[in-house]
Design a protein around this ligand. Structure first.
Ligand code: NDP
Length: 240
């Protein structure tokens, strides 16, 4: 059976849309005519982006902590209440506990890392996959990292969360393929955002820019219907 081409009238839920890569993904998808539901904790930042995109496509703002299961239920209820189709889910929200070896990482830091980067996508997929299964179509794009493909000294908890996200993605992709749902993972190298700004001596201008990652997401959701790109590794052309 041929996979359906994404409808330009579709709606994308983008987590972590209040800054950096998530905001760029939301802009890119809105530019292509997809409605966007912007999710993050900083509601003021989401509202600024919503104002910028308003008038072009349907934009919704849901202030929510994706690591919190009660908030996740609220997110799904809101999407349901507002009648949003949510046929694209981009799990982009993430944090990085880095800058120290694992043995100095506290249990609270470890929990916060895993709850945001791994439990968050688990909860959103639990919320939205049934809707996509019923529709027999959909895209789920998880934003991982090259730190999920390589060792990251002084960032073991972050690396573990992204290695875990990769394994989760590959497995869920196989679970949902029979329903014409394409589940992909994008693993960027250093991106010039708030997240990646922590004095690591890299040249910001040479880093990937948020739009580079957004372009990949647009590519994934416009892939020809009979195929899907399961994983993209993206690096800056010039080493930063
Ligand atoms: P930013 O810090 O700019 O963006 C992170 C986003 O995640 C923000 O919108 C933040 O919003 C949101 N977020 C964090 N925690 C939560 C939460 N508990 N609930 C809801 N939203 C949350 O960094 P980036 O844009 O760089 O990061 C986006 C993704 O890209 C992350 O998953 C990161 O791991 C990944 N990545 C980044 C790289 C880089 O070099 N920058 C490289 C490879 C991957 P708010 O604070 O308002 O909740």
């Amino acid at each position: 059976m041929a996979l359906p081409t994404p409808s330009p009238a579709s709606t994308a839920v983008v987590t972590g849309a209040s800054s950096g890569i998530g905001a760029a993904i939301a802009r890119e998808l809105a530019d292509r005519g997809h409605g966007v539901t912007l999710v993050a904790r900083r509601e003021d930042r989401l509202r600024e982006l919503a104002d910028e995109l308003a008038g072009r496509v349907r934009v919704e703002v849901i202030a929510c902590d994706v690591a919190d299961s009660a908030a996740r239920a609220g997110l799904f209820d809101e999407v349901d209440r507002r009648g949003l189709p949510a046929d694209i889910l981009v799990n982009n929200a993430g944090i990085g506990v880095t800058g120290k070896p694992l043995h100095e990482t506290t249990l609270d830091e470890w929990k916060r890392q895993m709850q945001t980067n791994l439990r968050g996508p688990f909860l959103t997929i639990k919320a939205f996959a049934p809707m996509m299964i019923a529709a027999q179509s959909g895209h789920i794009v998880n934003i991982s990292s090259l730190a999920g493909k390589n060792p990251l000294p002084n960032g073991a908890a972050y690396a573990a969360s992204k290695w875990g996200l990769n394994g989760l993605t590959y497995s869920v992709a196989e679970e949902l393929r029979p329903y014409n749902i394409r589940v992909s993972v994008v693993a960027p190298g250093s991106v010039n955002t708030r997240f990646g700004s922590g004095g690591n001596g890299k040249n910001a201008a040479r880093k990937l820019q948020p739009d580079d990652v957004a372009h990949v997401v647009a590519m994934l959701v416009t892939q020809t219907p009979q195929s899907f790109v399961s994983e993209v590794l993206i690096r800056p052309t010039q080493k930063p």
